[in-house]
Design a binder for this molecule. Structure first.
Ligand code: ACO
Length: 160
């Protein structure tokens, strides 16, 4: 898959106060309430093709040496074209340029495709947050026919 940005595509930081692409953010998180807990303290980048927004990712400082991708999503009709991996590479560049040592991303035990993509671009499993989904969501969430119970946190070192 070609991971270079197509000529007419851009990834850009959206300005504070801009309308947030909740339709996309909701593909990666369950509710607006859950998104609102982190989105207002995050930098939000959008993937644009001409005037159309096809993807989003949100970066939030985790601590002095790490930054976290809190949300990443690609419009359903454009998934599988490489946009997700381009945004992950872009997030790593942003984090590296700003001097962070690590970039983190969390996903569920049942999110096989996400786990595949994150490891493909160099993230490694770093921590398991046991029962994260059962403790933080009132209803049982299911993905790929499996209950979402635990969060897997993946981390990539940026100076290699
Ligand atoms: N559809 C598409 N690709 C698939 C599928 C499938 N059903 N199954 C496996 N793949 C593979 C592709 O072959 C490709 O691998 P390859 O490069 O080796 O060929 C890879 O998975 C897909 O790579 P991309 O095209 O770069 O990924 P995409 O643009 O679809 O973005 C993302 C990935 C962000 C996970 C997107 O699918 C999405 O928005 N999903 C819904 C929201 C979501 O789950 N977000 C992550 C939640 S965790 C968090 O936000 C921190």
């Amino acid at each position: 898959m070609n991971l270079l940005l197509e000529k007419t595509d851009k990834i850009r930081l959206i300005q504070e106060g801009s309308k947030l692409p909740y339709d996309l953010l909701l593909l990666a998180d369950e509710t607006i309430e859950a998104i609102d807990k982190y989105i207002h303290d995050s930098e939000i980048y959008i993937y644009q093709r001409e005037s159309e927004t096809l993807g989003v990712y949100a970066l939030q400082m985790f601590d002095g040496e790490s930054i976290e991708i809190k949300n990443i999503a690609v419009s359903k009709t454009c998934q599988g074209e490489g946009i997700g991996q381009r945004m992950l590479l872009n997030a790593m560049e942003q984090a590296k340029d700003r001097g962070f040592k690590y970039i983190l991303i969390g996903t569920s035990n049942a999110a096989f495709r996400q786990l595949y993509i994150y490891q493909k671009v160099g993230f490694e499993i770093y921590e398991v947050k046991k029962d994260f989904y059962t403790k933080n969501y009132s209803q049982q969430l299911v993905e790929n026919g499996l209950p979402l119970n635990h969060m897997l946190v993946l981390r990539k070192q940026l100076n290699d």
